[in-house]
Design a protein around this ligand. Structure first.
Ligand code: NAP
Length: 279
């Protein structure tokens, strides 16, 4: 029987632990605030931003909202980030991606002070993670490590195959699994014999952004499968990169979509905000 890894439950545990920590910090006179910057009104971004604000409220973190129009120039956005960098009351800065085409994401990410980079996207955070120094970890892959650990999945010595090499999911996922002593392979669109490589995995992370692409022919019997993808299928139902119904019976554990990786991303963002305040 396959274990369904319950991201909703595990993320709730983490949020409850953080809530307690925040209450203690408040008793000691430390307040925590997260600046949440959204440029434009992309509906998907608005949902993410709303969920992040809700999580802040639950845990006891103040969210300082900057909802600015689509027409905002890059310089205007950089000026807001600069203000937040300098504001001692702000512990973390989150710029909701994607940004409108006229704004360069890399420039914006680099403008965030590394000590407030709670998304973990700044090159300094990425470098620190790479060499194992302290710094903020990117939320989705850090959340997956928590999902595995808190579900009792051992990583050490395991064959870990990641499908996808983006800067926000695939690459940092590889580094974090390596840090946990997994044996790591990264696949991408030019990988030859993807099925054969994927079938080596004891832990398979699907982060390729293709709805229900991974079926049972990619999965070794008894593997642990982590599905990072988020899509809407033809019936407007949420689904992942993994064809859950076909794959689940062949796994020892699997994350569903929704209710798997997604909720963990926000929980880890909250974790980074609290860490920022503790520092
Ligand atoms: P991305 O930037 O589009 O990267 C996709 C990666 O998959 C690329 O490295 C690409 O290879 C590889 N790929 C695409 N098609 C492939 C194929 N047929 N075979 C092998 N590799 C293939 O996507 P992302 O930002 O990493 O996100 C991946 C998925 O996770 C998306 O569905 C996204 O919505 C979801 N996501 C979820 C969360 C969450 O909180 N749950 C967070 C972030 C992202 P190349 O590099 O060769 O092009």
């Amino acid at each position: 029987m396959s274990q369904i890894i319950d991201g909703k439950k595990i993320s709730q545990e983490i949020k409850d632990e953080l809530k307690e920590k925040v209450a203690k910090l408040k008793e000691q006179g430390t307040e925590i605030a997260l600046a949440v910057i959204q440029v434009g009104e992309d509906p998907a971004s608005s949902v993410y931003v709303r969920n992040k604000k809700r999580a802040c409220e639950y845990i006891g973190i103040e969210s300082v909202a900057y909802e600015i129009p689509e027409t905002t120039t890059q310089d205007e956005l950089l000026a807001i980030i600069d203000d937040c960098n300098k504001n001692p009351k702000i512990n973390g800065i989150l710029v909701q991606l994607p940004l409108p085409d006229h704004i360069d994401e890399d420039t914006v990410i680099k403008a965030i002070a590394p000590e407030k980079d709670v998304d973990g996207f700044h090159p300094q955070s990425v470098g620190a993670m790479t060499i194992g120094e302290p710094g903020f970890l990117p939320c989705t892959p850090a959340g997956i490590i928590q999902l595995l650990k808190r579900s009792g999945v051992e990583i050490e010595g395991k064959e870990c195959v990641i499908i996808g090499r983006s800067n926000i999911v695939g690459k940092p996922m590889a580094l974090l699994l390596l840090r946990e002593n997994g044996t790591v392979t990264i696949c991408h669109s030019r990988t030859k014999n993807l099925k054969e490589v994927a079938k080596r995995a004891d832990i398979l992370v699907a982060a390729l952004g293709r709805p229900k692409f991974i079926d049972e022919s990619y999965v070794k019997e008894g593997a642990v499968v982590i599905d990072v993808g988020i899509h809407r299928d033809a019936n407007n139902k949420l689904c992942g990169d993994v064809d859950f119904d076909r794959v689940a019976p062949h796994t020892s554990a699997i994350t569903p979509v929704p209710g798997g990786v997604g909720p963990m991303t926000i929980a880890m963002l909250m974790n980074n905000c609290v860490e920022s305040a503790e520092k």
